[in-house]
Write a protein that binds this ligand. Sequence first.
Ligand SMILES: Nc1ncnc2c1ncn2[C@@H]1O[C@H](COP(=O)(O)OP(=O)(O)OP(=O)(O)O)[C@@H](O)[C@H]1O
Length: 242
Amino acid sequence: MSECAIEVKNLCVNYRGLQKYSIRRNFFTFKRKKVEMFEAVKNVSFTVEKGEILGIVGRNGSGKSTLLKTLAGIFSPDSGTIDTKGNSVSLLSIGVGFQREMTGRENIMLSGMLLGFDEAFIRQKEAEIIEFSELGKFIDMPVKSYSSGMYSKLAFSITAILETDIMMIDEVLSVGDAKFKKKSYAKMKSLINDQNRTVLIVSHSSDTLRKLCTSILWLHDGEVRKIGKASEVLAEYEEFMK
Ligand SMILES: Nc1ncnc2c1ncn2[C@@H]1O[C@H](COP(=O)(O)OP(=O)(O)OP(=O)(O)O)[C@@H](O)[C@H]1O
């Protein structure tokens, strides 16, 4: 029997920004600054079964990254609920997670702890992560000195080697040079093949999603436009994007 791994109900996530601020106008009117709200995720509901590989598509700005960051606990929802059924969750996303002043090695420990692993376990996995990352002596340099490719390699290696129950990947399957890309894709495939692992992948590459995913969630202007079998939803989405 299938087991639910993620249950999202009526999820809403808003961004708040301040309207143009005029000291003079505010001084004379004594009005509070008006906060502008932008609804990035609007009343989204869906479930993901254990072992499912769910691809998330949608044109630029449709709310894909916001949804993943909220599922990973980086953003709090404005309303609605997320239940990850006690599973460990990781998000692999460029620009999320590293302390720039700290070395790669220190960031491995920090990221591992933020993912909920204990120090002894992370130490035990450290050498494997460093080897996979191909960073060599750069592992003991501050992350701020890394190129974007090196940064992504480290992020991928930490998530791939520490292996959480639910893995969320935001547009990073094409990181690094050609050799690393091939290696990370193969690693991803083997992680995905584990029946107990649930994976969510955001990508603009229909080819990648068609190869990896069982089902697809199509977001449009922050709302679920369609969710279902990968081949069917991708065909409709591609037609829409023509
Ligand atoms: N920090 C922010 N403050 C205000 N608005 C934001 C912020 N981040 C994103 N948005 C807005 O929220 C909407 C959804 O953005 P999001 O990054 O989730 O989209 P996306 O589907 O991942 O886009 P892309 O395919 O371009 O990566 C966009 O309209 C964007 O302008």
